[in-house]
Design a protein around this ligand. Sequence first.
Ligand code: ATP
Ligand code: MG
Length: 689
Amino acid sequence: MIILNNVVLRRGTKVLLDSASVTLNPGEKVGLVGRNGAGKSTLFALLNGTLHEDGGDFSIPKQWRMAQVAQHMPETEDSATDFVVAGDTRLAEAREALAKAEALHAADPDDADAGMALGQAYSDIADAGEHDAVPRAQALIMGLGFKLHELDRPVNSFSGGWRMRLQLARALMCPSDLLLLDEPTNHLDLDALVWLEAWLQKYDGTMLVISHDREFLDAVTNVTVHIEQAKLTRYGGNYSKFEDMRALRMEQQQIAHERQQEKIAHLQKFIDRFKAKASKAKQAQSRVKALARMERVAPLLAEAEFTFSFKEPANLPNPMLSITGASFGYMQEDGSATTILSGVSRGVLAGQRIGILGANGQGKSTFVKTVAHDLPLVSGTVTEGKGLAIGYFAQQELDVLHETSNPLEHMVRLARELGSAAPAARTEQDLRGFLGSFNFSGDMVKQPVGTMSGGEKARLVLAMMVWQRPNLLLLDEPTNHLDLATREALAMALNEFEGTLMLVSHDRALLRTVCDEFWLVGRGEVRDFDGDLDDYQRYLLDESKRLREEAKQANAAEVAAASAAASSPPKAVVPQASAPAPAVTASPATVSTSAAPAVDGRTQRQNDARERQRLAEQSRPLRKELASLDQRMAQANAEKSALEARLASPLPPAEIAEAGKRLKQLGDEIEAMEERWLELSEALEGIGS
Ligand SMILES: Nc1ncnc2c1ncn2[C@@H]1O[C@H](COP(=O)(O)OP(=O)(O)OP(=O)(O)O)[C@@H](O)[C@H]1O
Ligand SMILES: [Mg+2]
């Protein structure tokens, strides 16, 4: 069991958790959700021991073996297979123990103890799955979209995105009781995503996954923990259930808040009315105390919504690009070019919105990168329209950012680099204002990028791109790391963008909303894709079948066998207490434990509503009388003040007598009304509490 009790967690000047509590049970599949910068990754750092709580209590079973995806880019000459095999820490320990035992035994072959130890080491390494470690690793690697001939390639030879996939495979390779996944789908395409979902559904340890992908979360989680305003709230359901339950909770909180505000206003009125009156001072005093003691129900803070827009491009060249007889590819280390796409001849016109589709590894990024001048063209020509201004967003290479510089410095540097091409608004004040419009306000414009969250970095890259007023946007997976609200803001901004858009994304919602036509990159060429995204999904399935066939023909019998062996997650060493593993074929819906709470929630809601109604009915006549009393008291008081003013000036004796009489009468009336007012107030307070 993982327990957080009133935990406080700080980073820099920010308080990310403030007296936050939550309990997670063994075997639960937990989605950790919240806005960019809410503190999700930081909470993982607490769980894995990198950070310590600044207050409160945190506990996690000591004997648990933990697996997680390393966040850094691996730099090694090891082959992909060896790199992933090394992720099996249990096996690595057994290998190390065996090496030691062998050395001891070799030093003194007659030592019986050393002989025993060696025997034990052999048996341990067999238990750790030495015999099928390589095929297990290779099945994971292939599942994540690598090709057969890549299994032995050195890790260093892969691009950043693919190296991060190897990190993921390495984590999955490790038998674990607790699996921590921080946005595991960021570097995946649809194929690999679906494979990962299926794999995780079979995992039987405790899992915590951070993701901004609603469909993915729904498929693999049954508990959701939400970080908001430095608190943790646990919901017994997947992401969709969480959204429903949260809406309900917010509604209830809003009602509670409004009722409390009414009560506060009432008490305050009472205090104001009676505080000067000696006879009622005590009652007034007790209300002052009641008011001070009242625990305030927070008002509903609608999370600050974020929107942005692309500036109208300064000009729109038409055509934007003419590509003629072009080949695209990359350079090998020996200087030779590997061509991936060839014979490409096409034009890109002003205002076109092109979704670039293609199965994994077919060359989408290579194509876009080349157009963005990040890779040299292998052959042919690409002619650019006059005044073409490219805005290129390559999320996977966030290295346009400098870890030690802050957002403001980034903008200043960009303005300097662009020189006369930079927008006119470039004083520090302007740049701060601009950053503010991208939610980098106050302190954050001076926070080093290295300490920012993934989503914050992505938002900065986006801001830097928008600022340059591009007329051709080349976006390669722009939604990775972005939270849902920011994704929506991006979709809206793209829809209003007047220039040309070329978009690579696995975010189907985004493709659907912003693209009018699709190009398909595959089988060595770029062509129009006639059809919509559903057709494309079918195409992908066919394509992956075709690739599998190819792989088989390439004599993949070995790996095919391994696939079967490794189709299930490894078991942790420490046996899981009692939680029965869900059936392998169970769908997320049947695994979910949240059906019951949902029904309870509805009943509860109905009961609450009935109770509110009853109270409202009971208090209505009292409120009505109170309101009319307020009015009459105000009138009486006004008349009283007027009379007093008249009495202050010289008057005939008869009038003085009459006014005096009326004054006395008014005083009595007011007194009586106040008595009644008090009674009513007390009665209402009784009903309210
Ligand atoms: N060393 C630091 N100094 C100052 N602020 C920091 C430091 N480390 C993290 N932060 C801030 O703490 C906040 C939480 O960061 P964290 O990475 O946990 O967010 P997250 O919820 O994982 O966000 P995302 O969805 O973008 O990944 C961010 O606003 C980040 O800028
Ligand atoms: Mg994060």
